[in-house]
Every structure is written in C-alpha cells, then in structure tokens.
Design a protein around this ligand. Structure first.
Ligand code: GLA
Length: 426
C-alpha cells in the first residue's frame, strides 16, 4: 500500500531481448521508440533497465554507480532522459551480494544491496527511479528469511518518500517460493515462476526455463492474491520476438491481460511489425488489464484441453477468456451465469480482438484455434463474483458435495469441511 501499482504496471524491460548487452544509447533509443510507436499513448510507462547496468565497484562512499563504459552519462541523466519523454524509470538490484548475472559469472562484481539497503534506496530515489526490480539470485534463505529481506528494501524505499513501484522475484536460483504465498504485504508485484523463454511449452512445471503455457498453469490458481497495489507477475512478455505463432502471441497477451499481469514488453520496440503492434496496443485488452477493480481472472471451468477465465470489471462488465490449450481447434462454451452475469434476457459481447459486438441470451461460445484465446467483454444484467467450482476429483460422486463424509446421497456429511477444494490457492 505505497500508493503505486494500483493497476498492473505497463512498460518495457531490457532483459528478454538484450540480456546483459545494454548501454545508455540502447535504453534511450527504446524510450524514444516507446513514444514514436504509440506504446506510451497506449499506456506503457516504465522503461526498466535490467541486470548489468552497474559499475562492478561501488564508489569510495559505498554508493552504486552506473558502469562507466555502458552508461557514461550516469544513471541520473538516463532517468532525466526517460522522464523528459513522459515515461518512468525502472532499475534492477538484488537483496544479497550478487546480481543473477554476477552469480552466474557472466558479469563482474558483487554489488548487491546486502548491508546497503537504505543507501541504495536513497541512491535510486536521487536518480529519479520509479520502479525497482529486486531479484533474489541465490539458492540460500528460507521463505521467511526472504520475506524479511524483501521487506527491508520495501521499508527503505518507503523511507525515501519517493513513490517507487516494488517488483520482486523470490525464485531466481532458489526454490520456487513465488507461488507459495501472497506477497502483497511485501511488494507491488511478485514473480510467480522461473524465467520465461521464447517458447510455448517447455514441459517445466516451475523450473528453468518456462513457456507461456507453463506460466499460465502456475499463475491461474493464484487469482485470489491480486488486488490494487498487489499483483502476481508471470514475467515479462515474449510478444514480438518471433518463434511463437501469431495465435500464440495473441494468447500470451490476452492471458496476461486477463491475469491482471504486469504488461512489460520484452521485444525490441525500435523494429516492431504491424502484427506485434496490433497485439501490444490492443486497447480493449489493455482496458481489461488496467481495470481499476484490480481483479485477476478466475478460472470458472477448465481441463487439460481448455480454460475459461472470468475477470470482473469495475463498471459491472465481466471479461471472459476462452483459452484452447489443446492441439486442435475446439468449440469452447460457457454461460453468462458461470461468469457471474445474471438477471437479463440478453447480454452483449464485445470481441476484444475484432471489436465486433454480438448478443446472447446466455451461452457464450466460440471456435478457438489450437493455443488460441478469444476474449469477450460481457455487459448486461447484474454482476456477481465469478468462482472456481471444486475440482471434480474432490467432489463426492454420491452427494455432489466436496469432501463429503460419509458420502451419503441425502444427508450432509459428518466431517468439518476444511478446504474449499479450489486447489493451489488453498
Ligand atoms: C533473473 C531474473 C530475470 C533477469 C535476470 C538478470 O534470471 O528472473 O528476469 O532479471 O535474472 O540476470
């Protein structure tokens, strides 16, 4: 509750395309491209400089400095350049001794914030930093030690008086603690998985590296944690970087929008195809993502082949996503009632991709290509909270009730029900 990140942050980050190969002219070029491409006007704000920006040595007073050959004008000047274009400045640091690139030996130094938390926070504020990505990068530390360590920087940032969006990753080189708790007491956004890569499905459940589909599998059950100021972060986007089909890239963006995920582009903004721009600047999906209610889409139905996600919106509309994760085209159907819409004889559906409007008396259905996602914004009637029905494996076949004991068809069971049966979010 530091006042920032009331809706998921939108921006660009250097890592997915450039990894360690960054310098000030690249970042400036990207800020310029954010403006000239219309990305800024579409809502993208933060220009985030990831790992490998730092001088491997702190100065004589222990202050962080930009690497003198990569950022000869200094980090304050870079922040000024970004701000002058109506954008915000993001930077990367770690809580222990070494950044991930330093830990893996691909960048020199050990410039982590350990023992320098307040000093680094003050330095970032003085440079005009608006967004800090703070990355664990170590196999050490229990989850409670991680909470305490991440909270140290939360408090140091607060003490600067500058509103700085706080983004954490507890998973790097570490057991995957991201999905194990609601980190909204510590940070504005928290990574749920290992790093994304340019792939649809790497077969990983939560290991390095993750495909788009694998990240969706981990992040969908965490919907209950999302709220204004606190969002699950399924990692930066791979849209516009090739390899994924156009359908998969659209799905990736639509699902991130529905999951109230940070929309942090990871492609080269200076050379975007028309197809990439159509995806990243889709105004209807951005509006769904940026909705002020801050809800993450809840899975109202799903199996190995398909998922139906419903995201309640501030004006009473509900966005519904029909996601086909199978290998062939499928017709995916749900109902207005299943997504929380009742009380009207007709509902209107706006297709988020085409903008076309149709009406329905209740059935919401589409033929969806393999790996595709169709999204409708549904209005009409009254709105309730969409919920996830109990997973069928936990429902008593005899009574239809969840964990019902002794499994009678007529009487309630005798055991206290201690689960709501929705799976991981328990
Ligand atoms: C970790 C993070 C990535 C990136 C790199 C930088 O792997 O998860 O997003 O920041 O570190 O080294």
């Amino acid at each position: 509750d530091n006042g920032v990140g009331r809706t998921p942050p939108m921006g660009w980050n250097s890592w997915n395309t450039f990894f360690c190969n960054i310098n000030e002219s690249l970042i400036r070029g990207m800020a310029d491209a954010m403006v000239s491409s219309g990305m800024r006007d579409a809502g993208y704000q933060y220009v985030v400089v990831d790992d490998c920006w730092m001088n491997p040595n702190r100065d004589a007073s222990g202050n962080l400095q930009g690497d003198p050959s990569r950022f000869p004008s200094g980090m304050k000047a870079l922040g000024d350049y970004i701000h002058a274009r109506g954008l915000k400045f993001g930077i990367y640091q770690v809580p222990l001794d070494r950044t991930c690139a330093q830990y893996s030996g691909s960048y020199p130094g050990a410039t982590g914030a350990l023992g320098h938390e307040a000093q680094d926070a003050r330095q970032f504020a003085a440079w005009g930093v608006d967004y800090l990505k703070y990355d664990w990068c170590s196999p050490t530390g229990t989850i409670s030690e991680q909470v305490a360590t991440f909270a140290k920087m939360r408090d140091a940032l607060a003490a600067t008086g500058r509103p700085i969006l706080y983004s954490i990753n507890p998973n790097s080189f570490h057991a995957k603690t991201g999905p194990q708790r609601d980190w909204g007491d510590v940070a504005n956004i928290w990574r749920t998985t290992e790093d994304i890569t340019l792939a649809w499905d790497t077969g990983q459940s939560n290991g390095y590296p993750m495909g788009v589909k694998n990240i969706v599998d981990v992040t969908v059950p965490l919907a209950g944690y999302a709220r204004p100021g606190a969002f699950n972060d399924p990692d930066m986007m791979e849209v516009g970087r090739g390899t994924l089909t156009d359908t998969e890239q659209r799905s990736h963006f639509a699902l991130w929008a529905m999951m109230a995920a940070p929309l942090i582009a990871g492609n080269d903004l200076r050379s975007m195809s028309a197809a990439t721009q159509t995806i990243l600047k889709n105004p209807r999906l951005i509006a769904i993502n940026q909705d002020t209610l801050g809800r993450q889409g809840v899975q109202v139905a799903g199996d190995a082949n398909q998922r139906v996600l419903a995201k309640r919106l501030a004006n009473g509309d509900v966005a519904v996503a029909l996601f086909n994760q199978s290998a062939s085209t499928r017709t995916i159907s749900t109902t207005a009632a299943a997504i929380g819409k009742t009380g009207a004889s007709s509902y209107s559906l706006v297709d988020a991709w085409t903008g076309a409007t149709t009406t329905t008396s209740g059935t919401i259905s589409a033929s969806v290509p393999s790996h595709g996602t169709i999204v409708y914004r549904v209005s009409g009637g009254t709105t309730g909270d969409p919920t996830t029905p109990p997973s069928s494996s936990l429902v008593s076949a005899a009574s239809g009730r969840c964990l019902d004991v002794p499994n009678s068809t007529t009487a309630n069971g005798t055991q206290p029900v201690i689960w709501d049966c929705n799976g991981a979010a328990n």
